[in-house]
Design a binder for this molecule. Structure first.
Ligand code: C2E
Ligand code: CA
Ligand code: CA
Ligand code: CA
Length: 274
Protein backbone atom coordinates (compact mmCIF):
# COMPACT_ATOMS: atom_id res chain seq x y z
CA UNK A 1 0.00 0.00 0.00
CA UNK A 2 2.92 2.23 0.82
CA UNK A 3 4.57 1.72 -2.56
CA UNK A 4 1.30 2.39 -4.36
CA UNK A 5 0.70 5.43 -2.24
CA UNK A 6 4.06 6.77 -3.21
CA UNK A 7 3.47 6.06 -6.86
CA UNK A 8 0.14 7.78 -6.70
CA UNK A 9 1.78 10.72 -5.03
CA UNK A 10 4.38 11.01 -7.77
CA UNK A 11 1.68 10.84 -10.43
CA UNK A 12 -0.31 13.48 -8.67
CA UNK A 13 2.53 15.86 -8.01
CA UNK A 14 2.89 17.52 -11.42
CA UNK A 15 -0.82 18.29 -11.44
CA UNK A 16 -0.63 19.89 -8.03
CA UNK A 17 2.40 21.85 -9.09
CA UNK A 18 0.58 23.00 -12.18
CA UNK A 19 -2.39 24.08 -10.11
CA UNK A 20 -0.19 25.95 -7.65
CA UNK A 21 1.64 27.65 -10.52
CA UNK A 22 -1.59 28.77 -12.14
CA UNK A 23 -2.91 30.08 -8.84
CA UNK A 24 0.35 31.87 -8.22
CA UNK A 25 0.20 33.52 -11.64
CA UNK A 26 -3.40 34.55 -11.04
CA UNK A 27 -2.49 36.03 -7.69
CA UNK A 28 0.32 37.97 -9.31
CA UNK A 29 -2.06 39.42 -11.93
CA UNK A 30 -4.67 40.16 -9.30
CA UNK A 31 -2.23 42.45 -7.51
CA UNK A 32 -2.11 44.83 -10.46
CA UNK A 33 -5.73 44.45 -11.56
CA UNK A 34 -7.23 47.39 -9.67
CA UNK A 35 -4.65 49.82 -10.96
CA UNK A 36 -4.90 48.41 -14.47
CA UNK A 37 -8.68 49.00 -14.30
CA UNK A 38 -9.46 45.40 -15.17
CA UNK A 39 -12.51 45.23 -12.89
CA UNK A 40 -16.04 46.26 -13.61
CA UNK A 41 -19.44 45.66 -12.09
CA UNK A 42 -22.52 44.07 -13.56
CA UNK A 43 -25.99 44.40 -12.07
CA UNK A 44 -28.69 41.77 -11.68
CA UNK A 45 -32.35 42.72 -11.13
CA UNK A 46 -34.18 41.84 -7.92
CA UNK A 47 -37.96 41.64 -8.11
CA UNK A 48 -40.65 41.77 -5.42
CA UNK A 49 -43.10 38.95 -6.01
CA UNK A 50 -46.35 40.41 -4.73
CA UNK A 51 -46.26 43.44 -7.01
CA UNK A 52 -43.88 42.04 -9.68
CA UNK A 53 -41.98 45.28 -9.25
CA UNK A 54 -38.27 45.73 -9.68
CA UNK A 55 -36.82 46.82 -6.35
CA UNK A 56 -33.10 46.85 -6.97
CA UNK A 57 -29.95 45.29 -8.39
CA UNK A 58 -27.17 43.18 -6.96
CA UNK A 59 -23.71 44.41 -7.96
CA UNK A 60 -21.46 41.56 -9.07
CA UNK A 61 -17.74 41.88 -9.68
CA UNK A 62 -16.16 40.97 -13.02
CA UNK A 63 -12.44 40.67 -13.78
CA UNK A 64 -11.18 40.76 -17.32
CA UNK A 65 -7.75 39.21 -17.17
CA UNK A 66 -5.43 40.57 -19.90
CA UNK A 67 -4.68 37.15 -21.42
CA UNK A 68 -7.12 34.70 -19.86
CA UNK A 69 -10.27 36.73 -20.49
CA UNK A 70 -13.00 36.69 -17.87
CA UNK A 71 -12.11 34.91 -14.65
CA UNK A 72 -15.00 33.85 -12.42
CA UNK A 73 -15.35 35.57 -9.04
CA UNK A 74 -15.71 32.08 -7.60
CA UNK A 75 -12.09 31.57 -8.65
CA UNK A 76 -10.43 34.90 -7.84
CA UNK A 77 -12.32 36.07 -4.76
CA UNK A 78 -11.00 33.25 -2.55
CA UNK A 79 -7.46 34.20 -3.65
CA UNK A 80 -8.12 37.88 -2.91
CA UNK A 81 -9.51 36.91 0.49
CA UNK A 82 -6.45 34.86 1.31
CA UNK A 83 -3.94 37.60 0.50
CA UNK A 84 -6.05 40.48 1.78
CA UNK A 85 -6.51 42.14 -1.63
CA UNK A 86 -10.26 41.81 -1.14
CA UNK A 87 -10.08 44.81 1.21
CA UNK A 88 -9.08 47.40 -1.44
CA UNK A 89 -11.04 45.53 -4.14
CA UNK A 90 -14.13 45.43 -1.91
CA UNK A 91 -13.79 49.14 -1.24
CA UNK A 92 -13.63 49.82 -4.97
CA UNK A 93 -16.76 47.68 -5.46
CA UNK A 94 -18.68 49.56 -2.79
CA UNK A 95 -17.65 53.02 -3.97
CA UNK A 96 -18.34 52.19 -7.61
CA UNK A 97 -21.70 50.57 -6.83
CA UNK A 98 -22.84 53.56 -4.75
CA UNK A 99 -21.70 56.05 -7.39
CA UNK A 100 -23.48 54.08 -10.13
CA UNK A 101 -26.71 53.67 -8.15
CA UNK A 102 -26.86 57.37 -7.30
CA UNK A 103 -28.02 58.05 -10.87
CA UNK A 104 -30.79 55.42 -10.79
CA UNK A 105 -34.40 56.08 -9.90
CA UNK A 106 -35.55 54.97 -6.47
CA UNK A 107 -34.18 51.40 -6.43
CA UNK A 108 -31.58 49.76 -4.19
CA UNK A 109 -28.11 48.44 -4.93
CA UNK A 110 -26.93 45.32 -3.08
CA UNK A 111 -23.21 44.86 -2.48
CA UNK A 112 -21.48 41.68 -1.30
CA UNK A 113 -19.16 42.00 1.68
CA UNK A 114 -16.40 39.49 2.32
CA UNK A 115 -15.77 38.26 5.88
CA UNK A 116 -12.24 39.59 5.47
CA UNK A 117 -13.63 43.12 5.14
CA UNK A 118 -15.18 42.75 8.58
CA UNK A 119 -11.83 41.88 10.07
CA UNK A 120 -10.17 44.94 8.53
CA UNK A 121 -10.65 48.14 10.50
CA UNK A 122 -13.03 50.93 9.66
CA UNK A 123 -15.69 49.15 7.59
CA UNK A 124 -18.54 51.33 8.85
CA UNK A 125 -16.48 54.49 8.27
CA UNK A 126 -15.69 53.36 4.74
CA UNK A 127 -19.40 52.71 4.01
CA UNK A 128 -20.28 56.14 5.43
CA UNK A 129 -17.71 57.79 3.20
CA UNK A 130 -18.82 55.84 0.08
CA UNK A 131 -22.45 56.91 0.62
CA UNK A 132 -21.52 60.54 1.22
CA UNK A 133 -19.17 60.72 -1.74
CA UNK A 134 -21.80 59.24 -4.05
CA UNK A 135 -24.67 61.19 -2.53
CA UNK A 136 -26.62 57.95 -2.18
CA UNK A 137 -29.25 57.78 0.59
CA UNK A 138 -28.33 54.91 2.98
CA UNK A 139 -31.76 53.29 2.54
CA UNK A 140 -30.82 52.56 -1.05
CA UNK A 141 -27.82 50.45 -0.09
CA UNK A 142 -28.16 46.83 0.93
CA UNK A 143 -25.16 44.85 2.18
CA UNK A 144 -25.05 41.09 1.66
CA UNK A 145 -23.13 38.94 4.12
CA UNK A 146 -22.75 35.18 4.28
CA UNK A 147 -22.64 33.23 7.49
CA UNK A 148 -18.89 32.70 7.03
CA UNK A 149 -18.59 36.39 7.97
CA UNK A 150 -20.21 35.57 11.27
CA UNK A 151 -18.39 32.33 11.95
CA UNK A 152 -14.95 33.26 13.16
CA UNK A 153 -15.53 36.32 15.30
CA UNK A 154 -19.22 36.51 15.75
CA UNK A 155 -19.32 39.14 18.55
CA UNK A 156 -17.14 41.66 16.72
CA UNK A 157 -18.97 41.10 13.44
CA UNK A 158 -22.39 41.58 15.01
CA UNK A 159 -21.13 44.82 16.54
CA UNK A 160 -20.10 46.05 13.08
CA UNK A 161 -23.43 44.94 11.61
CA UNK A 162 -25.17 47.11 14.21
CA UNK A 163 -22.95 50.05 13.25
CA UNK A 164 -23.90 49.52 9.60
CA UNK A 165 -27.58 49.25 10.47
CA UNK A 166 -27.32 52.48 12.47
CA UNK A 167 -26.23 54.23 9.27
CA UNK A 168 -29.57 53.31 7.76
CA UNK A 169 -28.38 50.64 5.30
CA UNK A 170 -30.10 47.26 5.02
CA UNK A 171 -28.39 43.98 5.75
CA UNK A 172 -29.10 40.63 4.05
CA UNK A 173 -28.03 37.12 4.99
CA UNK A 174 -26.79 35.58 1.74
CA UNK A 175 -26.61 31.91 0.65
CA UNK A 176 -29.00 30.95 3.43
CA UNK A 177 -29.28 27.24 4.14
CA UNK A 178 -25.94 25.98 2.84
CA UNK A 179 -23.94 26.60 6.00
CA UNK A 180 -24.57 24.74 9.19
CA UNK A 181 -25.34 27.66 11.48
CA UNK A 182 -27.51 29.90 9.32
CA UNK A 183 -30.43 29.52 11.74
CA UNK A 184 -28.57 30.61 14.84
CA UNK A 185 -27.50 33.86 13.15
CA UNK A 186 -31.09 34.90 12.66
CA UNK A 187 -31.25 35.13 16.42
CA UNK A 188 -28.05 37.12 16.75
CA UNK A 189 -28.85 39.89 14.30
CA UNK A 190 -32.11 41.24 12.87
CA UNK A 191 -31.40 40.84 9.15
CA UNK A 192 -33.67 42.66 6.72
CA UNK A 193 -33.56 39.88 4.17
CA UNK A 194 -32.74 36.21 3.84
CA UNK A 195 -31.47 35.07 0.45
CA UNK A 196 -32.25 31.40 -0.10
CA UNK A 197 -29.33 29.70 -1.82
CA UNK A 198 -29.91 28.76 -5.40
CA UNK A 199 -29.01 25.11 -4.80
CA UNK A 200 -32.48 24.73 -3.23
CA UNK A 201 -34.31 26.65 -5.93
CA UNK A 202 -32.59 24.69 -8.70
CA UNK A 203 -33.83 21.36 -7.33
CA UNK A 204 -37.44 22.31 -6.53
CA UNK A 205 -38.74 20.28 -9.48
CA UNK A 206 -37.19 16.98 -8.45
CA UNK A 207 -36.70 17.21 -4.71
CA UNK A 208 -39.57 17.27 -2.20
CA UNK A 209 -36.90 18.04 0.40
CA UNK A 210 -35.99 21.27 -1.39
CA UNK A 211 -39.66 22.25 -1.55
CA UNK A 212 -40.02 21.63 2.19
CA UNK A 213 -36.85 23.59 2.95
CA UNK A 214 -37.79 26.61 0.81
CA UNK A 215 -41.29 26.61 2.27
CA UNK A 216 -39.90 26.46 5.81
CA UNK A 217 -37.43 29.29 5.23
CA UNK A 218 -40.19 31.42 3.68
CA UNK A 219 -42.52 30.92 6.63
CA UNK A 220 -39.67 31.56 9.03
CA UNK A 221 -39.09 34.86 7.24
CA UNK A 222 -42.77 35.68 7.41
CA UNK A 223 -42.92 35.02 11.17
CA UNK A 224 -39.76 37.06 11.77
CA UNK A 225 -40.89 39.85 9.47
CA UNK A 226 -37.90 39.33 7.19
CA UNK A 227 -38.03 39.39 3.39
CA UNK A 228 -37.11 36.11 1.69
CA UNK A 229 -35.47 36.22 -1.72
CA UNK A 230 -35.23 33.05 -3.80
CA UNK A 231 -31.95 33.07 -5.71
CA UNK A 232 -31.30 31.45 -9.07
CA UNK A 233 -34.86 31.43 -10.43
CA UNK A 234 -34.38 30.48 -14.09
CA UNK A 235 -37.76 29.17 -15.24
CA UNK A 236 -41.42 30.04 -14.95
CA UNK A 237 -41.95 26.73 -13.16
CA UNK A 238 -39.42 27.71 -10.49
CA UNK A 239 -41.04 31.13 -10.22
CA UNK A 240 -44.43 29.50 -9.54
CA UNK A 241 -42.82 27.16 -7.03
CA UNK A 242 -41.14 29.88 -4.97
CA UNK A 243 -44.25 32.03 -5.08
CA UNK A 244 -46.30 29.13 -3.83
CA UNK A 245 -43.70 28.46 -1.10
CA UNK A 246 -44.23 32.01 0.14
CA UNK A 247 -40.97 33.72 -0.84
CA UNK A 248 -41.39 37.49 -1.09
CA UNK A 249 -38.78 38.25 -3.76
CA UNK A 250 -36.76 36.63 -6.53
CA UNK A 251 -33.49 37.05 -8.34
CA UNK A 252 -32.36 34.93 -11.27
CA UNK A 253 -31.93 34.56 -15.00
CA UNK A 254 -35.71 34.39 -15.45
CA UNK A 255 -35.97 38.13 -14.73
CA UNK A 256 -32.54 39.01 -15.96
CA UNK A 257 -28.89 38.12 -16.14
CA UNK A 258 -26.37 40.51 -14.64
CA UNK A 259 -25.99 43.43 -17.08
CA UNK A 260 -23.53 46.31 -17.49
CA UNK A 261 -24.34 49.64 -15.83
CA UNK A 262 -25.24 51.15 -19.20
CA UNK A 263 -28.13 48.68 -19.58
CA UNK A 264 -29.63 49.20 -16.13
CA UNK A 265 -32.01 51.97 -17.23
CA UNK A 266 -33.39 49.80 -20.04
CA UNK A 267 -33.77 46.85 -17.67
CA UNK A 268 -35.76 49.00 -15.25
CA UNK A 269 -38.06 50.13 -18.07
CA UNK A 270 -38.59 46.63 -19.43
CA UNK A 271 -39.25 45.02 -16.06
CA UNK A 272 -41.55 47.73 -14.82
CA UNK A 273 -43.58 47.47 -17.99
CA UNK A 274 -44.55 43.83 -17.36
P1 C2E B 1 -23.68 35.36 -4.85
O1 C2E B 1 -23.48 36.55 -3.98
O2 C2E B 1 -24.53 34.27 -4.34
O3 C2E B 1 -24.22 35.94 -6.24
C1 C2E B 1 -25.15 35.28 -7.06
C2 C2E B 1 -24.45 34.47 -8.14
O4 C2E B 1 -25.42 33.66 -8.80
C3 C2E B 1 -23.83 35.34 -9.22
O5 C2E B 1 -22.69 34.64 -9.72
C4 C2E B 1 -24.93 35.37 -10.29
O6 C2E B 1 -24.45 35.67 -11.58
C5 C2E B 1 -25.43 33.95 -10.19
N1 C2E B 1 -26.82 33.79 -10.65
C6 C2E B 1 -27.83 34.68 -10.52
N2 C2E B 1 -28.97 34.20 -11.04
C7 C2E B 1 -28.69 32.96 -11.50
C8 C2E B 1 -29.48 31.94 -12.15
O7 C2E B 1 -30.68 32.09 -12.40
N3 C2E B 1 -28.82 30.78 -12.46
C9 C2E B 1 -27.51 30.58 -12.19
N4 C2E B 1 -26.96 29.42 -12.55
N5 C2E B 1 -26.73 31.52 -11.60
C10 C2E B 1 -27.33 32.70 -11.24
P2 C2E B 1 -21.29 35.37 -9.92
O8 C2E B 1 -21.49 36.76 -10.42
O9 C2E B 1 -20.43 34.44 -10.71
O10 C2E B 1 -20.72 35.49 -8.45
C11 C2E B 1 -20.38 34.34 -7.72
C12 C2E B 1 -20.09 34.69 -6.29
O11 C2E B 1 -18.91 35.51 -6.21
C13 C2E B 1 -21.19 35.53 -5.62
O12 C2E B 1 -22.25 34.69 -5.21
C14 C2E B 1 -20.41 36.13 -4.47
O13 C2E B 1 -20.28 35.21 -3.43
C15 C2E B 1 -19.06 36.37 -5.11
N6 C2E B 1 -18.98 37.78 -5.53
C16 C2E B 1 -19.36 38.37 -6.69
N7 C2E B 1 -19.10 39.69 -6.67
C17 C2E B 1 -18.55 39.96 -5.46
C18 C2E B 1 -18.06 41.15 -4.81
O14 C2E B 1 -18.11 42.28 -5.34
N8 C2E B 1 -17.54 41.00 -3.55
C19 C2E B 1 -17.49 39.78 -2.92
N9 C2E B 1 -16.98 39.73 -1.68
N10 C2E B 1 -17.96 38.66 -3.47
C20 C2E B 1 -18.48 38.74 -4.73
CA1 CA C 1 -24.84 37.93 -2.96
CA1 CA D 1 -26.20 34.12 -2.84
CA1 CA E 1 -22.84 32.08 -3.41
Amino acid sequence: AKARGRGAYQLFEPEMEEEARSRHALEHNLRGALEAREFHLVFQPQVRLESSELTGFEALLRWKHPSRGFVSPAEFIPIAEENGLIVPIGEWVLRTACATAASWPDVTVAVNLSPVQFRARGLAAMVTSALAEAGLPPQRLELEVTETALLDDSEATIEILHQLRALGVRVSLDDFGVGYSSLSYLRKFPFDRIKIDRSFVGTLGESPESVAIVRTIASLGSVLGVETTAEGVETEEQLDFVRECGCTAVQGYYFGRPCPAAEVARTIETLNAV
